[in-house]
Design a binder for this molecule. Sequence first.
Ligand code: SAH
Length: 245
Amino acid sequence: MNGWLAVVGLGPGDETLTTPEVSTTLASATDVVGYDRYVSRVPDRSGLVRHPSDNRVELERARLALKLAAQGRRVVVVSSGDPGVFAMASAVFEALEYGPAEWLSLDIRVQPGISAMLAAAARLGAPLGHDFCAINLSDNLKPWALIEQRLRLAAQAGFAMALYNPRSASREQQFAQALSILREVCGHATLVSFARDVSKPAERLVTVRLEQATPEMADMRTLVIVGSAQTRRVGDYVYTPRAVA
Ligand code: SAH
């Protein structure tokens, strides 16, 4: 039996936003590996072995997936959104780089998904229609000072920004600090959107000016989009024009 490993993105939540390519791959897998919340989104099927794990053990999880594929299993590693955006694809390649040389001959594919920033932007209108960047606000894997520097420079450069992992119970202060940096650099009138549980039943979208934004508007189920100086409203929509005058 020839094993393989697919690293896939399930999309933001609603099953219609999982690509047909990913659904086909899931239907032919023997094993699913990932964070337990994402593994439980995979439709049930007899014979499918689930390997749910805690959120923080990415490398361990990646090594397990590679080991199973090397044994001839058809393994899918699941992420939410896109697997290459603050998710498992990098962890798999890191495990590959430091793992046994025979893993290099494995059949490994990455299959894209709709990332939270794209799903959130589509719900809002087109806030990412001009140049933008994505920043992960979690300091689990990088120092907070670096995050502050990137926020400041991105704001100075006039990018719109998609902010992932904005605020957790163990990191409450940091998002307040991020908002104050943004107010200082972008000014108080910049639009900021909080998109929570996008494409899920509890979806909630709120757009305010930076001066009205408070840390409590975000949590780990929220994607924050900070507009550029050009980002504006038309009716109920938020958009950034294609051109900067
Ligand atoms: N790989 C994922 C991101 C994983 S990081 C992707 O491409 O979307 C997890 C963060 O993504 C969350 O803290 C939140 O900021 C964002 N996120 C994921 N799903 C979301 C959803 N349905 N609604 C809003 N934000 C979401």
